[in-house]
Design a binder for this molecule. Structure first.
Ligand code: GAP
Length: 516
């Protein structure tokens, strides 16, 4: 069986080969951690965004959307804390001249100990069968006990150093544990320094000089600074939400795992404004709603889990991640945070403007508390692609690569194919295509054998192939072939629309989310 690492490599090349994701400016050898979406990728991405947007603004009469600019007044980022605290601790290896995140080097070391412990436990579990007690084994087996003690000691030093923002201690952990540079293999490290993740540029050009502006590192602040604009013009009453989809930029140092960690990416965020004191109730509400949104796609309930944060940011009073089982382990796809009144209060302070809300029901003015849901479009894209990618052995020794995408998200819903390029079949096929194209993204393919055409559609996840043959001219029936089962059946042309509509209608997913 192929390792998860191999599967991931294959997925990355599949994304390129079939027009989903290309390295950015590839003819110039690409740009690290920046990617372009191709003809199929953009359809899938747009469908993800529509699924999210409609689940927010159609399903909730108290949630509205905005589209704020990427550039914002620089004081925004002072108020949000990003200028002072949006940092990663970096360390350079003097021999390879490579730069690393010090925290990631240490986390990788801890992960290595975890792997060793897991391996020993797996071996022992096989040996002892049902009577195996992991806790007891870790506490008593000499070698494992030593691993656990070392791991825990590093972990607790690491947590303390991060909490105290102690850069010298981070370096000392690296030195004490003899962590080497993966490129040079040496321990010749610089000191650890803080590095701000925001990209900056200059706006305008005046006699006094240009103004330094930032590319936004999150879309959320565009919502906070527009809180009163939207509330007043929309006559909205707390509780209500504002959502937005847009690009965000971070100068990530450890940029790896394809589109998992990018320097330019897209976020889908919602800030939900509530009365102070009611935030934890709403936090739980949105946590469950967002998990239902993910699960409704049918990628497998077991692939999701919550990861509640133990260490909270100073402004948060609850936070969790929704993690998805990627080929490289469970990873964060979405964050849900109870952000208190930190952002609105801070903008009030820095702008000198009153950003309070008057609540007519209790006759009081206050700064609302906020629940944030924040999901990366690209990470969602990656999670869907990794769950959908499938290599299948078929009867007769044949094999196929199929993307079992949820039909509602598939880039192309149906491909219409004339069996041969003559006898009026192409014309009939185009007639069918023309009748479907107002409602569904469809394609037409008349090249190569039908088998090859099916494979091409399987590889991009098209749920339906519709074949027009000589019989069609006589009985107005076509063969419809289902992607996942490969079953084929004869159906009347008039029924095609409703068969496709039933499978790709987002309403079916929305009903699942709302009715659970
Ligand atoms: N406003 C809150 C916020 O930005 P975050 O946890 O930093 O929180 C939210 O980011 C989501 O954005 C993440 O769960 C992830 O899906 C996505 N994201 C963050 N950094 C990313 C990156 N470098 N590349 C791709 N997606 C990223």
């Amino acid at each position: 069986m192929a390792s998860q690492e191999d599967v991931f490599k294959k997925l990355v090349s599949h994304c390129k080969e079939y027009g989903f994701v290309f390295p950015s400016s590839e003819i110039y050898d690409g740009l690290a951690a920046v990617y372009d979406y191709g003809q199929n990728g953009v359809e899938l991405k747009n469908n993800i965004k529509k699924y999210w947007w409609d689940s927010m603004v159609l399903l909730h009469e108290n949630v509205v959307g905005i589209d704020a600019a990427i550039f914002m007044h620089p004081t925004t980022w002072k108020a949000s804390g990003h200028v002072d605290a949006f940092n990663d601790p970096l360390i350079d290896n003097k021999d390879s001249k490579k730069r690393y995140r010090a925290d990631v080097l240490i986390e990788d070391l801890i992960a290595k100990y975890d792997e060793k412990i897991d391996k020993e436990c797996e071996k022992a579990a096989k040996k002892f069968g049902d009577s195996f007690d992991r806790e007891m084994f870790c506490a008593t087996n000499g070698r494992v006990k030593e691993y656990v003690e070392k791991r825990d000691a590093i972990h607790s030093r690491f947590v303390n150093a991060m909490e105290a923002n102690d850069l010298a201690e981070l370096k000392q952990i690296i030195v004490d544990n003899e962590i080497v540079c993966p490129i040079s293999g040496t321990k010749n490290w610089t000191d650890v320094r803080q590095f701000n993740l925001m990209f900056s540029t200059e706006m305008g050009s005046t006699a006094d000089g240009a103004m330094k502006v930032y590319l936004r590192p999150e879309t959320a602040q565009g919502i906070f600074v527009n809180f009163l604009n939207v509330q007043k013009t929309g006559r909205l009453k707390v509780p209500f939400g504002i959502c937005q989809i847009g690009k965000a930029f971070r100068n990530e140092i450890v940029a790896r795992q394809f589109i998992f960690r990018m320097r330019e990416f897209e976020q889908m965020e919602m800030q939900f404004f509530v009365r102070p004191g009611e935030e934890l109730k709403w936090f739980e509400h949105w946590k469950q709603f967002r998990l239902r949104w993910h699960k409704a796609l049918g990628l497998g309930d077991e692939k999701y889990r919550f990861h509640d944060h133990e260490k909270l940011a100073h402004y948060a009073n609850a936070a969790t991640d929704i993690e998805f089982q990627m080929p490289f382990g469970f990873k964060e796809v979405e964050g849900i945070h109870s952000r208190t009144d930190f952002d609105l209060s801070s903008h009030e302070k820095y702008s000198g403007k009153n950003i309070k809300y008057f609540d007519p029901e209790i006759n009081q003015s206050y700064t609302p508390y906020v629940i944030e849901t924040s999901i990366g479009v690209d990470r969602m894209f990656l999670s869907i692609m990794s769950a959908a990618y499938c290599e299948e052995q078929l009867e007769g020794g044949d094999s196929r690569v199929v993307l079992k995408l949820p039909p509602v998200l598939a880039p192309i819903k149906a491909c219409v194919m004339p069996l041969v390029k003559k006898d009026g079949l192409p014309e009939k096929a185009r007639e069918i295509l023309n009748s479907l194209k107002f409602d569904f993204k469809c394609s037409y393919d008349e090249k190569d054998s039908i088998g090859k055409r099916y494979r091409r559609q399987d590889a991009i996840g098209t749920p339906f192939c519709i074949t027009v043959d000589h019989q069609t001219i006589e009985d107005n029936c076509v063969t419809i072939r289902y992607r996942d089962t490969m079953l084929q059946e004869r159906v009347e042309i008039d029924k095609l629309h409703s068969i496709i509509a039933d499978a790709v209608n987002m309403k079916n997913l929305f009903k699942k989310i709302v009715n659970q």
